[in-house]
Structure formats: structure tokens, C-alpha cells
Ligand binder design. Structure first.
Ligand code: BMA
Length: 319
């Protein structure tokens, strides 16, 4: 089987893509994309990034029983930039959501944007209706952050993507209290010369499996006509998540359909949320297409793990 067939086999696009777009938003919007995803009270809840006509972003929930159709969209923005938080002056973007069982609440990590540069901020919520802001987590420039969906050895663990000396690698950091972060390490570096040579960033929150934490990440390559945002996979050790066990050499998903190739930013597939059906093993990946719409692709969780374990080289994790 050729690799291109693997790409087709691992993820299948929903035939009715895009599932959400600005045209059917209940209030004026330029674009709707890069949604956080979570299953709550029998519904799939997508916290969608909306860019308004000023070019600022906020976040709004769309909820659906089957996760595909009949989306009920909040009539007004769910989470807007808060003037009390200077770092949100130019908008809030690209949320990732996890349920933290130890605290019995959701944690939303999102990008807060201002003249000082993008940062990662945290908001907590018991019910996905009201939110308690915890402010910026780390200094700029930082994006693409998610907490792990449980404590690991009594610490909260964060994946994020600072840009340091112009280099955009994925990092991992640890905290006893969600406030003070340390033990920072590079987790998934860019790979010079390849499809993920310019920037890498975490996609949806890490997914716990029997084989390790499944990571879906985006990799960027600059071309003469702009950046190409494609998707790769990695597997992290369950109890020592700073150790990468496997990483796909190739991208497993990337811009191909017209709605991924045409839009405000052409050539972008940007996954930010997943929902896994524990009984069937179906993984739904919600992603932003061309910074314009929300789309859906599905995969089988075991296929992804088999691909990583049997088709991808093992990585030498840091000690
Ligand atoms: C990244 C983020 C995403 C966006 C992507 C492509 O840096 O800002 O929000 O989807 O670029 O434009």
C-alpha cells in the first residue's frame, strides 16, 4: 500500500463539509473556524472562533446532538475579549477544551492577542455557560496550548508553542497549581527540510490511549505562495509525557478540497478539537479550513495507533 493510500485511509472527510460557516451564523461574522470540541450532556459542543468585521476574534458555542448536523448556535458571543484583561485587546482565538476530573470543571486554553503579542490564557467553567478567567499562563509569544485531561504524577501538564529566537517548536511545561509553570522542555521540534519545517503546533488536546498520549499536531511549510498547514501524529509516554515514543514522518492530512484551498488563508487545515466514541473507536476531528469554516474528518483510533506503532520510526525520547 502506498503512503498516499494511508493518507486517504486514516482520515475520511465528512461529505457535507463545511459543517459550520459564517453565512449561517446568527449574527454578522467574517469567518468561523478553529473550534475547541467537547462532549457535554449528550451533545457535541464546539467553541468556535469567530472573526468579526473589525478583524478581532471571539468564541461562540455551537451545539449538536449528532455532532454533524442541526447546530444550535448561541445567539450572542459566548466568550468575548474582556477589557479588564489587556492581553485580550485584539481578540481571543483558537480554544482547546479539556475536562479536568480532579477539579470537576472544564479548562479552556485560548490565544489572547494584543499589541504585546499572542499569549496563552486560561478560563475555567463548570457548565460551559459561565467562565472564570485565570489570565495569561506564560509570556508571549505563545500559542496552540492545551492542558492534558488529567493530572500526571500530581502535576498539571501543558503543551504549548512559544516562539523563541524565531524557532517555533512544541514545548511541554508542568505546574502544581495551574499558576506557576516550570520544567519546560521542547517536545516536538520542527524538522528542517520537511513538511513541518517552519512551525509546529499542538492541534486538539492530547488523547489518552493504552499505547500512550495521542498527539495530533499541525506542521507548517512556507512556500512561494504562502504557508501550508498540514497535520501529523505523535505518541507520548503515558506517565512521562515529555518522552515522544513515535512521530509520523509524513503528514496524514492536509489541504486538498476546495474549501481547504480557498478562503481567507488558503492551504490551511487546522484541527483544534476531537470527540472519541469509546465504544466504536471512531475519532472525530474538527478543524478550521482556510481560516474560513469548520470542517469534520473521521478516523479510527486503532488505525491511528497502528500506523504510529508499526509505520513510524521510534523517537529517542529525552531522559
Ligand atoms: C496560526 C494561527 C491560526 C491560523 C493559522 C493559519 O498562526 O493564528 O489561528 O488558523 O495561523 O492562518
Amino acid at each position: 500500500m502506498t503512503k498516499i493510500e494511508y493518507q486517504r485511509r486514516l482520515f475520511t472527510r465528512f461529505g457535507g463539509n463545511p459543517i459550520l460557516s459564517a453565512e449561517r451564523w446568527p449574527y454578522p461574522a467574517n469567518s468561523t473556524f478553529n473550534p475547541g470540541a467537547v462532549q457535554h450532556n449528550g451533545e457535541t459542543c464546539l467553541l468556535v472562533r469567530i472573526e468579526d468585521m473589525r478583524g478581532y476574534s471571539h468564541l461562540t458555542f455551537a451545539r449538536s446532538r449528532d455532532g454533524i448536523t442541526n447546530w444550535q448556535i448561541d445567539e450572542k458571543p459566548t466568550l468575548e475579549p474582556d477589557p479588564a484583561y489587556n492581553e485580550e485587546q485584539w481578540g481571543i482565538e483558537d480554544p482547546r477544551i479539556v475536562w479536568l476530573p480532579e477539579r470537576e470543571e472544564y479548562a479552556v486554553t485560548y490565544v489572547s492577542f494584543s499589541k504585546d503579542g499572542p499569549m496563552v490564557s486560561l478560563a475555567l467553567s463548570k457548565n460551559l455557560r459561565s467562565f472564570v478567567r485565570k489570565g495569561a499562563m506564560l509570556p508571549p509569544e505563545d500559542k496552540d496550548a492545551s492542558l492534558f485531561p488529567r493530572l500526571i504524577n500530581d502535576r498539571y501538564v501543558l503543551i504549548h508553542r512559544p516562539i523563541i529566537r524565531g524557532e517555533a517548536h512544541i514545548w511541554i511545561s508542568f505546574s502544581p497549581d495551574l499558576k506557576y509553570w516550570g520544567d519546560h522542555k521542547i517536545l516536538i521540534p520542527v524538522r528542517p527540510g520537511r513538511w513541518d519545517s517552519t512551525r509546529v503546533g499542538l492541534g486538539p488536546p492530547p488523547i489518552e490511549t493504552s499505547e500512550g498520549w495521542l498527539i495530533i499536531y499541525h506542521g507548517v511549510r512556507m512556500t512561494v505562495s504562502g504557508a501550508l498547514y498540514r497535520v501529523g501524529l505523535a505518541l507520548l509516554d503515558l506517565e512521562q509525557p515529555w518522552k515522544t515514543i513515535r512521530r509520523s514522518e509524513e503528514w496524514v492530512f492536509g489541504p486538498r478540497e476546495p474549501y481547504e484551498r480557498v478562503g481567507d488563508v488558503p492551504g490551511v487545515t487546522f484541527p483544534t478539537g476531537t470527540v472519541v466514541n469509546e465504544s466504536t473507536g471512531e475519532l472525530r476531528m474538527y478543524y478550521g479550513a482556510a481560516d474560513s469554516s469548520v470542517c469534520l474528518a473521521t478516523a479510527n483510533l486503532n488505525d491511528l495507533l497502528n500506523y504510529l506503532l508499526h509505520e513510524c520510526p521510534s523517537e529517542k525520547g529525552d531522559a
